[in-house]
Ligand binder design. Structure first.
Ligand code: F6R
Length: 268
C-alpha cells in the first residue's frame, strides 16, 4: 500500500484529482470506478474545475459506480445516480450512456442486477482506476463488516451504523433505504489500480485497522493490503491513529524523487 499523508482534505482532493487526470491524459478511454459520499465531493469539484479549464476530458471515458441504493428510483434526489449527475456528470463531457451504476429498475429482480453489472464491467475491459472511500466501520462500497472477501456485486443490507451515519443526509419525511446493491470486494480487487481517500478524525480508527490491522472480513478495507497497486490518500486527522507514520512519510519522499527521475515509475 502506498500511504500518502497530506496537510488537509483539500490537498487530498487535489492529489486525487491529479492521479485521475494523469490516467485520463495517458488513456483518454479509461474505465473509471467511481464512489459517492462526502469525501469524494472535493475531488469531483477539482475534476470539474480541471475539465472547465480544458485540462482534461472525459469524452471517451466510461464509468462504473461502486453502489446504488435499492428501493429508490434514479430520479430520486437521494439516489447515487442523482448524486453523480449533480456533482460530476452534469458538468463534464462524459457520455452519460457510458456511466453505469448497479441500479435496479422498477419491476426488475435485484438478484439479477449483480451478475449483469459484473458482465458490463468485464465487457468494458475491467476498471483501470477505482476510487473508494471508507466507512467508519471499515466498509468499502457497501461491503459491511463480515462481507465475504470473495464477494461480487449483489444486494447488501446496510448495518445499523451505516444507516445511522447516512441518516444525516436524509430529511425526516424521506424514506432512507436499508438495502443497496454494491460491487463486491472481489469486484473492487479486480481493478487495476485503487485509490482510497479518507479524511477526518471519524475515519482514523478504520484507517488504522485497514493499513496496520490483520486482513479480516470484519474490516473489509483491510483486504486492500492484498492488492498490488493501492494508493491511500489521508489527511492528518484520518492518519492520526497510524503507528508507522514515520515510515509512510519517508517512503513518500523516496517515491516522489523516483517519480521525478523516472516519470513512469508508478505505471511500470
Ligand atoms: C459510497 C460508498 C461508501 C463511502 C463511505 C464513506 O459510494 O461506497 O463506501 O465511500 O461510506 O462515505 P463518506 O465519504 O460520506 O464518509
Amino acid at each position: 500500500m502506498e500511504i500518502i499523508i497530506l496537510k488537509n482534505a483539500e490537498r487530498v482532493a487535489a492529489t486525487g484529482a491529479e492521479l485521475v487526470s494523469e490516467l485520463l491524459g495517458a488513456r483518454p478511454d479509461a474505465v473509471l470506478g467511481l464512489a459517492t459520499g462526502s469525501t469524494q465531493l472535493a475531488l469531483y469539484r477539482q475534476l470539474v474545475e480541471r475539465y472547465v479549464n480544458g485540462d482534461i476530458s472525459f469524452r471517451q471515458a466510461t464509468s462504473f459506480n461502486l453502489d446504488e441504493y435499492l428501493g429508490i428510483s434514479a430520479d430520486n434526489p437521494q439516489s447515487y445516480r442523482a448524486y453523480m449527475d449533480k456533482e460530476l456528470f452534469d458538468h463534464i463531457d462524459i457520455n452519460k450512456a457510458n456511466t453505469h451504476l448497479p441500479a435496479c429498475e422498477e419491476g426488475q429482480n435485484p438478484i439479477l442486477v449483480g451478475p449483469r453489472y459484473e458482465q458490463k464491467i468485464s465487457d468494458a475491459g475491467g476498471i483501470d482506476l477505482q476510487l473508494v472511500g471508507i466507512g467508519g466501520n471499515g466498509h468499502i462500497g457497501f461491503n459491511e463488516p463480515s462481507s465475504s472477501l470473495g464477494s461480487r456485486t449483489r444486494v447488501k443490507t446496510l448495518t445499523r451504523q451505516t444507516f445511522k451515519d447516512n441518516s444525516r443526509l436524509f430529511s425526516e419525511n424521506e424514506v432512507q433505504p436499508k438495502l443497496a446493491i454494491t460491487m463486491g470486494i472481489a469486484t473492487i480487487m479486480d481493478a487495476r489500480k485503487i485509490l482510497l481517500l479518507a479524511t477526518g478524525k471519524n475515519k482514523a480508527e478504520a484507517v488504522s485497522k485497514m493499513v496496520e490491522g490483520p486482513v479480516s472480513a470484519m474490516c473489509p478495507a483491510s483486504v486492500l493490503q492484498m492488492h498490488e497497486r493501492v494508493t491511500v490518500l489521508l489527511d492528518e486527522d484520518a492518519a492520526c491513529g497510524l503507528k508507522n507514520r514515520d515510515y509512510y512519510d519517508w517512503t513518500y519522499l523516496q517515491n516522489e524523487s523516483l517519480k521525478k527521475r523516472f516519470r513512469t515509475f508508478h505505471d511500470e
